[in-house]
Write a protein that binds this ligand. Structure first.
Ligand code: AOF
Ligand code: ZN
Length: 355
């Protein structure tokens, strides 16, 4: 049966993902009402919009007026047990008399946090937890950070040579990695609420920092320009309907209407302010200085490192001095995934910080 649950959970994951931006900062959730005896999907339901019906409620509504007492509910996140903008899902599941509930992963929301599961079990419903758990956590990694820390989820993207260089000794930085990696980054951009870069990158490359894939969403841009030196003629400030947040401590100038200035003390302060502006996840595409500061301030959650099969020798490293003198002072990562992207390799790793 586990194989079957995994197959159904995959459907939930694919469906839930369709509403990434609509449900935030809520999780992406999809539920399936399943008739185990006849191996039949009765209905599906998805959480489609922040503040509206949860997935379980929609799946149950879509099933219509049927007998649920021999049915299984499959759902990628633990059903909620609290009264939020909507009533608790577990109460509805218990009221309908489900036989079994199959869950992907626990809800880290302190208001739910295994209490939903406990309530289901206490009412006599059979509960299975942990089907495709890693995938379910991965799907909702942004929500997990949002609900536990009230901060955006931060992914750093970096493209280096095999010897971790980003610029040659002669100052060239275009292109370190291949075209397929750059296409991958375009796709990545469409998955984040915000994309962050520094004034150095803007001055050097004048990038638009948009997602150029047709039909895909362009994230809002965040530019760090502490001293407020950059002119608004650069590509990134072109008004295309999305906001550009300018992280700066110089507010003594006129800003175009699409530019939102934010004063900040450090990354924690900046990210908290961005979170309050609806930036629930950030893709960082910067140079060495900002990346080094981000790592030092322990504000990055994950790193995507594209590595090209090239060696520059002398040149610029992707990260600078972190004051690590002893091995046990190092910053730690956990490797998560590795994939070949044409001639390059993409390594995905999570930052591990002491709590
Ligand atoms: C579920 N199914 O589809 C979702 C859940 O304010 P509310 O009522 O929308 O509650 C939001 C919280 O409920 C959210 O932080 C998360 O803990 C949980 N989301 N739970 O059982 C769903 N979206
Ligand atoms: Zn719920």
């Amino acid at each position: 049966m586990i194989k079957k649950y995994e197959e159904l959970m995959r459907i939930c994951l694919d469906e839930a993902l369709k509403y990434r931006f609509e449900v935030a900062p809520n999780p992406m959730v999809c539920a399936i009402v399943y008739d185990e005896a006849n191996d039949k999907i009765i209905s599906k339901g998805t959480h489609e919009k922040f503040g509206e019906n949860h997935a379980e409620r929609n799946a149950i509504l879509n099933a219509g007026d049927i007998d649920f007492s021999d049915k299984t509910l499959i759902v990628n996140l633990e059903p909620c047990s609290h009264q939020g903008k909507t009533p608790p899902c577990v109460d509805l599941i218990i009221e309908k008399g489900f036989k079994k509930v199959v869950i992907g992963t626990y809800d880290p929301n302190p208001l739910v946090c295994s209490q939903g599961t406990m309530k289901l079990k206490n009412s006599g419903i059979e509960v299975v937890v942990g089907i495709l758990e890693n995938e379910c956590i991965e799907l909702n990694k942004v929500f997990i950070k949002n609900v536990t820390k009230k901060m955006p989820y931060v992914t750093v993207k970096i493209a280096t040579t095999f010897d971790s260089k980003i610029v040659t000794a002669g100052g060239e930085s275009k292109w370190v990695t291949g075209e397929a990696s750059r296409d991958y980054v375009q796709k990545l951009r469409s998955q984040y609420f915000g994309i962050l870069s520094g004034s150095g990158t803007i001055l050097a490359d004048n990038p638009a920092l948009t997602c150029r894939i047709k039909g895909e969403r362009t994230p809002e841009r965040i530019i760090i320009d502490r001293h407020g030196k950059i002119s608004f003629d650069y590509e990134v400030f072109k008004d295309d309907g999305t906001r550009v947040f300018l992280a700066t401590n110089n507010l003594e100038r006129d800003f175009p209407t699409n530019v939102v200035p934010i004063e900040f003390a450090n990354f924690r302060d900046l990210f908290a302010k961005l979170y309050n502006n609806g930036i629930y996840s950030i893709l960082v595409e910067t140079g060495k200085t900002i990346l080094t500061a981000l790592i030092k301030q322990e504000m990055a959650d994950e790193i995507y490192k594209f590595v090209s099969p090239k060696i520059f020798g002398n040149g610029m490293d992707f990260v600078g001095n972190l004051n690590v003198f002893k091995i046990n002072e190092c910053y730690k990562l956990e490797f998560r995934k590795m994939e070949k992207v044409e001639d390059d390799i993409l390594i995905k790793a999570k930052f591990l910080y002491d709590e």
